[in-house]
Each structure stands twice: as C-alpha cells, then as structure tokens.
Design a protein around this ligand. Structure first.
Ligand code: ZN
Length: 368
C-alpha cells in the first residue's frame, strides 16, 4: 500500500459567489474539503494525505492524525499539484492520487476501484458521460459533439508517481488535470466508470441545501349530542359531535398546530383565540391560512402521520374519506398522509366515548 492522496485546495474559487472560499464552505454539516479528507482517511488506503492550500492558517488549529500533512500551494492548480509531487518525492511513492477538494461526493468504493485498477495500469481516471448535449466552438463556428463520445473526467485520478512527476516537472503550461499530461504524451490511461454524484462544486447553487423541521400537534374535544361530527374536514355520520369554540375538528386542529410547530410559530390559539370573531368557525378556515404561510415560505410537506384516539367511530370505515379531505385541504398527495386509529381500552373520558383526541406529526423541508 504505497499510495499517497493529494487534495488540491488552493484555488480562489472565483466562480463561487461567497465570502468563504469554496473548499471551506459548510456543506452537509462539514466543510467541503473535510469530506474528502475524511473519506481518504477512512479508506485506510493511503500512507499520507496531503492538503495543498494557500490558507495555512486555516488548518493550524485542526487536530488531524499524523498522516495528514498540510503544505502551501501555488498560483495555479498545476503549480499546486507540482508542489505536492515535489514534497512527496522523498517518500518514494508508488502511486499518487490527485483530487480536487471541490469534489466532496466521491465514494470510498471509487477509491478502492482505482487502487485495484492501478495494479495493472499506470494511470486510472474516472469518467462519466455528459447528461447535456455538448457543442464545441472553433473561432466562430459551433460544432456538435457526440454526447456518447464526450467523456468528462473526474477526480480522484491516480498515477504511477515517477511517470507523473517526470511529466509534471517538464510541463510549462497550466493543465486542468493530470490526465491531460498523460494524454499529451500519448501515455495509456485506464478510464473507469466514475460516479454521477461526484460532481464538482463550482457555483454556489451547485450545493443547494435543504432544511427539514418536524412539528407535533395534539388536540382533544368533548363529544356532545346534537352536533355534527367533523374529522379532518370531512363530515362523519355519528350520534354526537365535538364541542368547541369552533367545529371541534381535532384532526385539523392538531395538523394546524403541528405545522405551526414545524414553522416555529407558536400555536393555533395565538391566531384563532376564543373570541366572538371565531365563534363556530369551520376548522378548514383555520388550517388554510396556515398552509398558505407554509407554502409561501417555500416549504414542502414530506409526510403527515395522524393518530386518532377514540372508541367510536371506527377509523377504518372513514379512513379514505378523511384522508381525501386532508389531501385536498393541504394540497398534499394522499400517499404522504397516514391515519391510524387508536382505542384506549374503554379507559377514561375517551374510553367512555365522551371525547376524541388526536395527535399529529409533520415533517417539512425548505429547499434553498
Ligand atoms: Zn381543538
């Protein structure tokens, strides 16, 4: 295992519109570069992991294991790559992997595949084909390129150290990747299938992030005669209805509170107090404005799970009706709504059929 892993992180990321350099931008709970460091480390395939940076200060306080080295980079990518190769020469590596810090999403499996292919090859480069149609411009003329013949090279790329070192030291122009050096000399490269998820982060919107929140709702109302029963906005034939300042729809109240919880916006009573204005209000009228706020804030609902706690009516008889109604009111696909019926062994207020309770959990996500 005479492999060394170089992470190039000295770029200025001009196209990445952020105050923080791209490699240090937080993505999926850690800095972009840390994803590569961690995976190279966890793979246990490398004697050393070399970080090439122009911001040495930033790494000073980090407590890395000994096999991680931080060295100063150069002006261009190829300068940084050459600096790493010069640094490594004294260790007499057999293989060197060169990787761009801007690709945090490769898998350890890909590393293993590259190592395996390095047994019989002097250069191994992962490639993917383009999803977009590609045009090629020469002066003022634009040509079509066959998509299936257009190969996009990714990193990590692996090379026999000596071969790459000798090519890099002689190269006078700035190359975009090390595979270019090999191709320019007609050296053989073993191309292997890369990973579509291993895309290079170039622009800030390449890493759209999402935020997920959960909300909990609970409600209980007393059952009384001579009142219509509404559950989830649907009218349910029953001898009693739910007492309340409104129509007493425990499901819609619990859903409304769950949404407010996920939005961190207090509770249903804050917006619909027991005042004259809201006397006998139908519960969809309370839910709808809250749903509107939810969607206007760019959230989407992932799922809604409901426990209806009562002895009667039997939930299974009305499940579809209730789910259909909630689906309409929330503009949510029926497959994302689950309704469970729960009895309480004839215990207490609910068990004596004097009340119905409901609890709801909701998950919502906002995409940037
Ligand atoms: Zn209520």
């Amino acid at each position: 295992m005479n492999n060394y892993f170089v992470i190039l992180a000295a770029g200025k990321s001009k196209r990445f519109n952020s105050k923080i350099a791209k490699q240090h931008f937080v993505y999926r709970n850690k800095e972009i570069i840390e994803h590569s460091i961690e995976k190279a480390l966890n793979s246990k395939l490398f004697r050393q992991i070399i970080i090439v940076t122009n911001n040495l200060n930033r790494f000073k306080k980090r407590k890395y294991p000994k096999l991680i080295k931080v060295i100063k980079g150069g002006k261009e990518r190829s300068d940084s790559s050459l600096k790493a190769l010069k640094y490594l020469k004294k260790y007499k590596p057999k293989n060197v992997f060169i990787h761009d810090a801007a690709r945090p999403n490769f898998s350890i499996n890909l590393l293993k595949k590259i190592v395996k292919n390095m047994r019989n090859n002097k250069a191994v480069v992962p490639i993917v084909t383009s999803k977009d149609s590609i045009k090629y411009k020469v002066k003022n003329q634009i040509f079509n390129l066959h998509r299936e013949n257009s190969l996009l090279t990714q990193t990590p790329q692996a090379f026999r150290f000596n071969e790459l070192y000798n090519l890099a030291i002689k190269e006078k122009t700035n190359v975009n990747d090390e595979a270019t050096l090999f191709l320019n000399q007609d050296y053989k490269i073993k191309f292997i299938v890369g990973e579509n998820s291993n895309n290079k982060i170039t622009y800030l919107d390449d890493i759209k992030t999402s935020k997920t929140f959960h909300g909990l709702g609970f409600d209980i109302h007393r059952l009384i005669k001579k009142k219509e029963l509404f559950l989830g906005g649907a009218k349910i034939p029953f001898h009693s209805g739910l007492k309340g300042h409104s129509d007493g729809d425990v499901i819609l109240h619990a859903i409304t509170d769950a949404i407010l919880g996920a939005l961190r916006r207090k509770d249903i009573g804050t917006y619909f107090p027991n005042t004259k204005k809201y006397k006998n209000i139908r519960s969809p009228k309370m839910l709808k404005p809250i749903i509107k706020v939810l969607y206007s804030l760019n959230f989407s609902i992932n799922n809604l799970d409901i426990n209806l706690i009562c002895e009667q009516p039997k939930v299974s008889n009305y499940r579809n009706k209730i789910i259909n109604s909630i689906s309409k009111l929330t503009n949510l696909n029926k497959n994302l709504i689950n309704l469970k019926g729960k009895t309480v062994e004839k215990l207490g207020l609910i068990g004596k059929e004097n009340a119905i309770a409901c609890e709801v959990i909701i998950s919502i996500t906002k995409y940037d």
